[in-house]
Design a protein around this ligand. Structure first.
Ligand code: PAF
Length: 290
């Protein structure tokens, strides 16, 4: 397994592999790998001969310096996990090679970046689309794999690939959860034991909203579903809700009418750790039709 640390080196490795007819799958990460990332690597390996995992903690997408500073960086362990999972190359660019002095060009996402995460984290998605575009240019993958836990991020990347004619197939992989339902996240390791125990309220709240919507079908009372999920989180003393919304998964905004699918999506703080999660509730028009 090769480790490459600059765009030019990455590009020449990829060009050489492609010249030999190999397909390339990219799994972009910020490291601190867990089973959720390993599922992304498996999805890339199922489709491509070569699997590149990128590991880069991207300063552009952090709107709080303390979050960037405390983001876990267990690089040696990450490299070992990649090796064991059959990754063929790790792309771990240095900050200087990604953002040299004079860097000033960005990929600016549109309206999909405004609600939800975009409302509370100004500049976050501009940082994500910029770094992902740079990773795509360095690796030039056939396929790139992202987790559905970051639903809005996945939607924006699909939009970017279409709008900028990037010709890369984007694959979304289901969220991997702990036994009690908590979505796996690199940030989970920063929770204290009591916060970790309390964090189970996040998937439980989404389940509660989904159950009300499922029962109501296409004409479900989404506001009642939202309220009952909010109440569950409010009842957990260690949790501080940032937002919990039930939205149209296509627009990420309030549904305009009866919907085929809805997305319950939330961001919740436990101390200074911010967790996000979502649940897609599909087949609603079908269930309303009986
Ligand atoms: O989801 C992540 O880990 C990051 O946002 C990504 C896609 C690697 C870009 O830095």
């Amino acid at each position: 397994m090769l480790i490459l640390d600059a765009p030019a080196a990455m590009r020449s490795w990829s060009d050489a592999r492609r010249a030999r007819g190999a397909s390339i799958g990219l799994v972009p990460t910020m490291g601190a790998l867990h089973d959720g990332h390993l599922a992304l690597i498996d999805a890339a390996a199922a489709r491509c001969e070569e699997v590149v995992a990128s590991i880069f903690v991207n300063p552009l997408q952090f709107n709080r310096p303390d979050d960037f500073d405390t983001y876990p960086r267990p690089l040696v362990d990450d490299i070992e996990q990649c090796r064991q999972r059959g990754v063929t190359a790790i792309y771990a660019p240095t900050q200087e090679s990604m953002y040299p002095n004079g860097f000033e060009t960005f990929v600016v996402p549109g309206s999909l970046s405004e609600p939800l995460e975009g409302a509370g984290r100004p500049g976050h998605f501009r940082g994500v689309t910029t770094v992902v575009a740079k990773l795509f240019h360095a690796v030039r993958p056939d396929v790139a794999v992202f987790g559905r836990k970051d639903f809005q991020q996945l939607a924006l990347i699909e939009r970017m690939v279409t709008d900028l004619d990037m010709g890369i197939e984007i694959i979304g992989v289901e969220t991997v959860r702990e036994a009690d339902g908590l979505a796996m996240s690199s940030r989970n390791r920063r929770l204290t034991p009591s916060q970790r125990a309390a964090a189970v309220v996040v998937p439980a709240a989404l389940d509660a909203a989904a159950a009300i919507i499922d029962a109501g079908g296409a004409s479900a009372d989404t506001e009642a579903a939202r309220r009952s999920a909010v109440e569950l989180i409010a009842a957990e003393p260690l949790a501080r809700l940032e937002y919990l919304e039930v939205v149209d998964p296509g627009t990420l905004r309030e549904p305009a009418g009866p919907a085929q699918a809805l997305l319950a999506v939330t961001a919740v703080w436990f101390g200074d750790v911010r967790l996000i999660d979502n649940q897609l509730i599909s087949g609603l028009l079908h269930s309303a039709d009986g």
